[in-house]
Design a protein around this ligand. Sequence first.
Ligand SMILES: [Cu+2]
Length: 615
Amino acid sequence: MACSVLPAAALLLGTLALLLAAQQATASYPPQVSGNTKEYNFTVSYAFWAPDCVERSIIVVNGQYPGPAIDVQRGDRVIVRVTNQLYAEGISIHWHGILQTGGSAYMDGSAYVSHCPILPHETFVYNFTVPDQVGTFWWHGHNAGHSSEGFYGSFVVRPNPAFGDTEPFQADGESMLLMNDWWHRSHQDQFIGLDIPQNPTSDFRFVGEPQSLLLNGRGQYNCSLLASVPAAYSAGDALNCSTTSPQCSPNTVIGPITPNSTHRLRIVNTGSLSFLNIAIEGHNMTVVAADANYVTPVSVKYLDVWAGQRYDVLITADQPVANYWITVTVRGRRPNTPPGRWALQYAGAPAGLPTTNASALAAQQPAWDNQNFTLAQQNLYTSLGGSNLTDPVAQNPTRQIVLVNSQNRVDGRKRNVLNGVAYVDPMTPITHTLFFNMTGGYTTGLISDQPPLTYNYIKTIGSPDNYTLATGQSVFEVNEGDVIDVVLQNGVTLVNASDPHPWHLHGMDFWVLGSAAGENFNGSTAKLNTVNPVYRSTVGLIAYGWTYIRFVASNPGPWFFHCHLISHMHMGMNTVINIKPASGVYPAPPPGSQMCGMVTPLVLQDFFLQGGRLK
Ligand SMILES: [Cu+2]
């Protein structure tokens, strides 16, 4: 089995020199196009669904939850015709982890950054290629809280035999594991609560811990608990809970997997708030890729997966033929959600759930506040050397940005701020503002590369110091080719806690040079791995800690850079990295682009100046 020849973590030191020698000559998959096209039609609508046995309205695609799987080969053109049949909301879809190289920033799907939301009754055609990436991705709604409403699915890019692509491991079979947190309240209700300004009778209402954890869209809520749902979240609801609903029962079963085979699990945290940990009874997981970049294989028993992250792991089916528990626990925030539990089934095992105690397995997973475990595992991963695998880390950064994550009041509302700025969506997509060269499309000069250091972001007694705040679009203007270092420094919230945040960059992957507890406001580069750091697209920032990343500004255009927690995004925890093309020319919006904001009157004015005729 391929799995058995992978070096165990304990043996890695001996092979490190060999791997490093190989890494000097590496490159990522060289861009190639296959000439093949994969087409999908997505019709997006609301439907009643009971993912955890409690019925509510969710967003489905083609009547399915989770949405349709996208499965292509490297180099393929992907065309997705998205028709919005929601009643009154604009939508967009982000292809999470797909870098949109080749000038397709318009196809990235961040509402108001990449393009205008797709209005109800309208269709937008996403059209892009995936020339230089292989691995596990996912897609999700990227306007408002749509990704927490069920609006997501898996996206796999397979190696292309026509290009001679090979992966540095083998598996006999594979399964997709989309795991996420789930609420009974809609995203509208959640956002209304987040937006309540402080006043004598009410205040900010957090979304709270999720009611359930789901795997591939299924979980099991304890219906008897409905009576104890906090009054604020149950008033007026007539929740219908049925453990025999075909949408939640039988519970998810992964497999059947062939005894004595090597099985690949593609694990994604598609959740909105929770930092998750997954364990499989009786089986270690050999991690071979993080966010679709190969890593030096390491064996783990308990796998941390931050919201938005993906891991490819191999398991060896070397246990007696039976069913085994898969358990998922919440970490990083004090949990109030029962562990999720599903079954891994061997071929030949009787149908049904394992007979062992799932709670015992979940109890062995790292405690929610064990940040040492989090850091040790996050820093465990290193890029795999070898030909066609991973870009060697760029040296000599040209710019350093220190981004303090904290919280404050803006006009009475609780907002999550970065260097004092709470982001709000612009009226006009940033791609449009840049192409049409309009002033006022987004606010400029709001955010600086360094936080004002006269304030105490980390103090643990009393409320955080009040410092100058701004709302608008915080856009970092970056030159193409710059090597950018970003120090994500965590601070405190208004309740003297520090929230963990999963940080996600669009348009480019980044190297994770290091992360630790404590302060790194001055951007110290001590303790960083600049030799073989992991290359990925989403990384965790622990409470009261820092995470240091580096990327090459290689992909011109505006790219969203944000905490991947839906509530934090709504509260302003976003920025945009605008990479100014060396050519000075931004690409034009593609045919079929919808208009909104400042562009609509501009185009209409041109139309009438030309005699009011369609050509
Ligand atoms: Cu966050």
